[in-house]
Ligand binder design. Structure first.
Ligand SMILES: [Zn+2]
Length: 491
C-alpha cells in the first residue's frame, strides 16, 4: 500500500546553521506578510473605486467591472502571488538572494491556502467555524517554519540530514530507520518541513512509502473510551495509564504559570521584565514537554490497538460542544476543570490516529453515532439511564445492580455495538438501522441527517422514560440496534 508518511527528527544545529534556519523561516514570514498587505491593499482599492463609480451614478455591476479593469485581477492563487513576488522582490527585499527561493515560496503557499479557506468560508463552501482574512504574522507570535519541495534534502547517514542552502545538520535522534528505507528504495522523500517550537528545531520529511500488507488479528473487537483520569479505558478491562512523568510536568507548568502571573508581562502596556521573559520561556518548554509526553503515549496506544484488533470502536465525541461552555461564565464555569481533562486526553487526536493507522494495518475503525448512549447504558442488562452526570465516575445500575467503572462500562457498550450490528447484518443481509458509520468526520456529520426522526431533549426523555426505556431494552434484547433518537444525547 502506497502512503505518504511523515518522519520527524529534532535537529541539533550549530550556530551557523541555526542562524540560517532562522533566516529561512523569517523569509517565509516576510513573503507571507508582503502578500497579505498586497491582497488587502488591492481589495481596499477595489472597494474605494466601486464606491466612487456608484457615487458617479453607475450600477453596482458596472462599477465592479470598471474597478477590475483598472486594477487587474487579484493575485490570490499561488502562481499569481509568485509572479507578483518575483516582480517586487528586488525592490522590497534586496537581500532576497540570501535565502533559498523555496523559503519565500512556502510563505506564499501558506497565504494562498489561507486566502482560499477564507473565500470558501465566506461563500459557505467550507465546513467548520468561520475563517477570517489572513492576518500578519508577528515575529515572536507565529510558529516559525518553512517547507522545501525541490532541491537537495536528504538523509546523509544515520545521524545527519542535508538541506539545500543550509548544509548538513546533526539530528538529536537516529535517522537510521528512514535512511535504511531510502537505501532499499522503498521510499521517496517528497518534501522537508523545518519548524521551530519552544526553542527547538525540527525537520519533518514527507515520504512516499510502500507499506507491507498487514492483517490484524481476525475477529477481535475492542471498544475504547477516552478516559478522564487515564489515557483510555478498553472494553477488555484494561486501563491505559497516562504517560509517565505527565503529572510532574503538569505540576511544573502550574508553578511556572503562577510565576509568570506575578511578574510584569507585556500586557501592562510596557516591555516585559527580563524575569517574565525567562519564566515565560520556561513555561513554553514545559508546555512542549507535556504535549510530547501525551503524543508519545497516544501513538503507542493507537498502534497497539490497530495491530492487535480487527475492529476498533470509538465514540463520536463532539469535542467542541462538550467544552464550549467552559468559556462562559456563572455556574458553567465549574466545568472548566473537567474540560481541561477532556482536552488533555485529546479524543479527536486519538480518533485521527486510529483512522489512518487502521488503514495501514488492515483493521477497521468504527465510529459510534453521536447519540448512542454508551455511558448511560448498563453493559449487563442494557437499561438506559435517563441522566448520568459527568461527575459520577462509577456506574450503578438500578435494575440489575451492576456496579462498574464508568469508562469501562462505556467501552464495553462500544464493543457490544459492533457485535450486535454484525449479527443483524448477517441475519437480514442488510445493515438497516445501523448505528455505525465508518470513516471520516465528514461522514459522521452527514449521519445526523440520515437518522431522520427528531432528537428529543433530555427533559422530554425524563417524562417518557419508562416507555422509551422499554422500547430500547426490548430492542437491545432482540439484538436490534436501538434507535438513538429515542434516548437523547449521551452527554
Ligand atoms: Zn443493569
Amino acid at each position: 500500500m502506497l502512503v505518504t508518511q511523515a518522519y520527524r527528527f529534532e535537529l541539533d544545529p550549530n550556530d551557523k546553521c541555526r542562524s540560517k534556519l532562522a533566516s529561512h523561516a523569517g523569509a517565509a514570514r516576510f513573503a507571507y506578510n508582503w502578500g497579505v498587505s498586497l491582497v488587502s491593499d488591492h481589495l481596499a482599492a477595489r472597494r474605494a473605486l466601486v464606491v466612487l463609480a456608484i457615487w458617479q451614478g453607475a450600477g453596482r455591476e458596472d462599477a465592479e467591472c470598471w474597478a477590475d479593469g483598472l486594477l487587474g485581477p487579484l493575485p490570490w492563487t499561488l502562481p499569481a502571488l509568485r509572479r507578483a513576488w518575483n516582480q517586487a522582490k528586488v525592490a522590497v527585499a534586496p537581500w532576497w538572494a540570501e535565502n533559498s527561493k523555496e523559503a519565500y515560496n512556502s510563505g506564499l503557499d501558506a497565504l494562498a491556502r489561507g486566502l482560499d479557506a477564507w473565500s470558501k468560508s465566506r461563500r459557505g463552501a467550507r465546513k467548520g467555524p468561520r475563517v477570517g482574512f489572513p492576518r500578519f504574522k508577528t515575529k515572536n507570535g507565529a510558529r516559525r517554519s518553512f517547507k522545501v519541495t525541490t532541491g537537495v534534502f536528504e538523509v546523509t547517514d544515520s545521524r545527519h540530514v542535508r538541506l539545500a542552502r543550509i548544509g548538513v545538520i546533526r539530528t538529536k535522534e537516529p535517522t537510521a530507520k528512514l535512511a535504511g528505507l531510502l537505501d532499499a528504495g522503498a521510499g521517496r522523500v517528497l518534501s522537508a518541513t523545518v519548524s521551530q517550537s519552544a526553542g527547538r528545531w525540527y525537520v519533518a520529511f514527507g515520504v512516499e512509502v510502500t507499506r507491507p500488507e498487514y492483517r490484524a488479528a481476525p475477529g477481535r473487537v475492542v471498544g475504547v473510551d477516552v478516559g478522564v483520569k487515564s489515557l483510555a479505558v478498553l472494553s477488555t478491562g484494561e486501563v491505559v495509564p497516562n504517560p509517565k512523568h505527565l503529572s510532574t510536568y503538569q505540576r511544573r507548568m502550574a508553578r511556572l504559570q503562577a510565576q509568570c502571573a506575578r511578574r510584569a508581562g507585556p500586557a501592562r502596556g510596557q516591555a516585559p521584565s527580563k524575569r517574565w521573559v525567562r519564566s515565560s520561556a520556561r513555561l513554553g518548554r514545559a508546555h512542549a514537554k507535556v504535549a510530547s509526553a501525551r503524543t508519545d503515549g497516544l501513538h503507542k496506544l493507537t498502534t497497539r490497538l490497530v495491530k492487535t484488533h480487527e475492529t476498533v470502536v470509538v465514540e463520536n465525541l463532539n469535542v467542541a460542544g462538550m467544552t464550549a461552555s467552559a468559556r462562559g461564565s456563572g455556574h458553567w464555569r465549574g466545568k472548566a476543570g473537567l474540560n481541561r481533562a477532556v482536552l488533555d486526553t485529546a479524543p479527536g487526536e486519538l480518533r485521527r490516529q486510529l483512522a489512518y493507522k487502521a488503514a495501514w494495518y488492515g483493521s477497521r475503525l468504527v465510529v459510534a453515532d453521536r447519540w448512542y448512549p454508551s455511558s448511560k447504558t448498563c453493559s449487563r442488562c442494557k437499561t438506559v439511564k435517563a441522566k448520568l452526570s459527568l461527575s459520577e465516575r462509577t456506574y450503578r445500575c438500578e435494575r440489575c445492580g451492576l456496579v462498574i467503572d464508568r469508562d469501562l462500562n462505556a467501552a464495553t457498550n462500544l464493543a457490544f455495538l459492533v457485535e450486535s450490528v454484525t449479527s443483524i447484518g448477517t441475519a437480514s443481509g442488510a445493515g438497516t438501522g445501523t448505528l455505525l458509520r465508518r470513516g471520516s468526520r465528514a461522514n459522521a456529520q452527514g449521519e445526523e441527517r440520515f437518522m431522520g426522526s427528531p432528537r428529543c431533549s433530555s427533559t422530554n426523555c425524563e417524562d417518557g422514560t419508562s416507555s422509551e426505556l422499554e422500547k430500547t431494552v426490548t430492542a437491545a434484547r432482540q439484538q436490534v440496534a436501538p434507535k438513538p433518537a429515542l434516548v437523547g444525547s449521551d452527554r
